[in-house]
Structures are given as C-alpha cells and as structure tokens.
Design a binder for this molecule. Structure first.
Ligand SMILES: Nc1ncnc2c1ncn2[C@@H]1O[C@H](COP(=O)(O)OP(=O)(O)O)[C@@H](O)[C@H]1O
Ligand SMILES: [Mg+2]
Length: 427
C-alpha cells in the first residue's frame, strides 16, 4: 500500500519536500496544509488551522494519514509532534522538548555549555536592569538576541552601547517581540564565514547533508535588512570533508548525545547555523527543522528516497540507511515581491513560468503564490525559488539566472550575487 502523507507548512521549503516525496515509489497521495499553488500541483492543499492540533488529528484519522511531516518552527515548538504521537499518528519532526533547542536561545546556549560545544561567549538575562549593567562591560560590536521565536527579527548586532541599550529596552521593556523577548542572550560577536549545516537525526545517530550557505540580506553585497533568505548554494565550495567531520564530531554528535541523556531525544532535522572562525566552527544557533531556502537546493541534490529516510529517523534505523547525494552543485535564487522584507504586495500577476524549458536543470519552487481566476499571482514576500543543478556551482548559477530572465512580476526583487561571495575560509 502506498503511503498517504500530510505536510504542514506553506513555503518554498514545503513545495520542495512535496516534490521530492512524490518521487518515492512508496508515496501515494500527498496533502499539504495550508500549502501554496506549487504544492497544489503535486498534492491536495488543505485549509487546516495548523494551530488547532485536534483539527489536524481528526483530519489524519478520517484520511488515514500514514505520516505527518511537521516542518515550520511554530508547530514544532507548540508540540504538534507530541500530540500526533499521543493520538498514535506517525510524525516526522522533534517533540516540543527537543525543539526547544530552536525555540529558546537561552536553553540552546546552556545546552551547548553542558555539551561542550563551541559557541560565542554569552550571558543570558531575564532582568532588564541586570542585562543593562552587563551590557556596559561589553566590547562592541556585541550581539543581542531575544530568546524566543521572533520571525528571524530577534537578533541585533549592536555597533555601540547606545544602540544596544535602545534594542535591549525595545525587547525587554517595550516587548516588541512579545513573550519571545522575556529573556535575552547577550553574546560575543564572531568574525568569520557563515554556513548552514543540516543533519538527519534519529535520536541516537546522525547523517550530515552537504554544506550550504544562505544569503540573508535583501540587497547585493550582503547589505540591507535581513530576510527569510534570498538564496542558497550547496555544497559550499570551500567546506572540506575534514571540516564537515569536525562539525559532526564536535557539534552535532555531542548535542544529540546530551539531548538524549537529558531525556529529549532529537528526531528530525537539526540545522545549526555556524560561523567558521579562525579558531574553528562555532554555533550561532540551532534550528530544529529544514531551512528555507536551503531545502530547495538540498532536494535537488538528494538522490535517496526521502520517505525512507523519514521512516528511518522515526524508527531509529538511520545507521542502516544509505543516503546518497548527487555529485552536482545546486542553487536556489529567491524572487521576492516589492517591499519585501518590510512589507509585501499581493495579487500581482506572475508570467513566464510556461516559457521555461522543462529541462532537468531547473525546478521553480513556489512560496507566496496563489491562483486567482486561473491566473497565477503573488501572495507573500518570498514568491518563487528558482532551483538549479549543474556540474559546477557556476553552471547551476548560470542555469538559474538564465531561467529568471524569463520570469516576471511587477516589483520583482532578487539578488544577482548569490554564490558569488569572495569570502572563504578565514585565516
Ligand atoms: N555571535 C554572533 N556573531 C556574529 N554574527 C552573529 C552572531 N549571532 C548571530 N549573528 C548573525 O545574526 C544572524 C541571525 O542570528 P541567529 O542566531 O541565526 O538568529 P535567528 O535566525 O533566529 O534570527 C545570523 O545568521 C548571523 O549572521
Ligand atoms: Mg538564523
């Protein structure tokens, strides 16, 4: 019997996961809640309220869902995986307890200390006055982080004490991020090159993906405000097999072992953001899920059956599962709507997707898209992700940028310098 799967989420990441799962001979019908236009071409979109666990459980029971893939941070932090398990529904993703590694930066920093994992020096505070006193002893730039989930806006690199004080007050007193700012981490600024690592985890063992790199800022040259991510490459050309092994043994494995020892076995995707400094890799943060848009590049490279891997993570049989990747390079260039990241324009017609060659090289993953009276229109900040593969990174980039020339919507923004950073291993 082919498996019926429900995927929770609506981004480019969820489109990429659906696209990949659909290729598995073991997968039958896919449901995506709430999904986007891209996912509706692969499976059936369901307008479920993903904060209502009862509603999701009822849907799973009536549709006889075999597996739920919980991807976004909020439902993981809210314990959707716990509640599905309690209802005897199989789910891929960490429990609320394990997902705390992302949902609380204070928890993650203390966990890293216990596990002996390299990270920036820090102190955490839930008292504004004490935080302020400490801040005055710091060197600048200095990094301030709201502890909770803050839609990627909770981190400030403060250039001086005045800026730091202002941000601290906004976070802890004015509570601009609500409860996410109840406690803060104040940490040392790390210099180096930033990469993303993803690891399949089954609670005991782990298999790392190839390395990847996101481009967070809206403008070329890494300028302007941070976004959800404007483009990714994988693998990162200068990340060696030796560095990946070091990351596995000094970061991912000790974290998983400590989580297990403390009764929070981690099953799912562990995604550390790392700074590669002159003293080696150091953790900036942990995410407890697939990255967006890292996943769009990764799904182009993964050769193995994603469904089988999900099963082995849940069953604790990852060690016996062979996971192989194409030897190619991949990239994903995000096309964002006018005004993003501050705002976004919706309902703008998108044209040109039909002009793309149906070659193996290009897959366009949808994020903020919608069909309105048979016309594809924008429906959010990040609209599309053009994901390409090539024998080399340059070939992948050329293919992606070639395809983008044919795609149009009014106010379309994208970075022309994805994968072009001069920056490499710091010495
Ligand atoms: N200690 C640090 N030193 C230098 N840059 C940092 C540091 N911590 C975070 N950053 C930068 O800020 C960004 C956001 O921080 P991160 O901890 O990943 O939080 P989030 O993704 O939840 O916003 C990182 O991608 C990195 O570029
Ligand atoms: Mg981050």
């Amino acid at each position: 019997m082919k498996k019926k799967i429900l995927i929770i989420g609506s981004g480019g990441r969820e489109h990429a996961i659906s696209w990949k799962l659909k290729q598995s001979p073991r997968v039958g019908k896919l449901f995506i809640a709430p999904g986007n236009y891209g996912t509706s071409q692969i499976g059936e979109n369901e307008s479920l309220d993903i904060t209502n666990h009862k509603e999701i459980i009822n849907f799973c029971k009536s549709e006889k869902i075999d597996l739920v893939v919980v991807t976004p941070d909020d439902p993981l932090a809210a314990g959707l995986v716990n509640d599905l398990k309690k209802a005897r529904i199989r789910a891929f993703g960490p429990t609320r307890e394990a997902a705390q590694i992302e949902a609380s930066k204070v928890y993650a920093k203390k966990l890293m200390q216990r596990a002996g994992v390299p990270t920036a020096r820090f102190k955490s505070f839930s008292d504004f006055k004490k935080a302020l006193v400490f801040l005055k002893t710091q060197k600048f730039p200095c990094v301030l982080k709201a502890s909770g989930l803050a839609l990627g806006k909770g981190v400030t690199i403060a250039k001086n004490i005045l800026e730091a004080q202002k941000v601290l007050e906004e976070v802890m007193v004015k509570k601009v991020f609500g409860a996410a700012g109840r406690s803060v981490v104040i940490e040392e600024y790390l210099e180096g090159a930033e990469i993303s690592i993803h690891a399949f985890c089954d609670g005991k063992s782990t298999v790392l993906f190839p390395s990847s790199q996101d481009h967070k800022q809206i403008h070329e040259g890494d300028n302007g405000p941070n976004t959800g991510g404007m483009g990714t490459i994988a693998p990162v050309p200068w990340v060696s097999a030796k560095l990946l092994r070091e990351i596995k043994t000094t970061i991912v494995e000790p974290i998983l072992a400590t989580l297990k020892k403390e009764g929070r076995e981690f099953k799912g995707i562990l995604y550390p953001g790392l700074m590669i400094t002159k003293d080696g890799p150091k953790v900036l943060e942990f995410n407890a899920r697939f990255g967006d848009p890292e996943t769009q590049s990764y799904m182009r490279l993964l050769k193995s059956d994603l469904y089988e891997i999900f099963e082995s993570c849940i069953d604790g049989t990852l060690e016996k599962t062979k996971i192989s990747w194409r030897k190619n390079s991949a990239c994903c260039i995000v096309l964002a709507s006018n005004g993003y990241p501050a705002s976004s324009t919706k309902g703008i017609p998108i044209t040109g997707l039909d002009k793309l060659n149906r070659s193996q090289k290009i897959v366009v993953f949808h994020a903020g898209t919608k069909l309105v009276s048979d016309k594809l229109v924008t429906n959010g900040g990040r609209v599309l992700g053009v994901a390409a593969v090539g024998a080399t990174l340059n070939q992948a980039l050329r293919a992606a940028y070639g395809a983008i020339k044919k795609i149009h919507f009014a106010g379309m923004q994208y970075r022309r310098d994805i994968g072009r950073r001069k920056l490499s291993f710091p010495t």
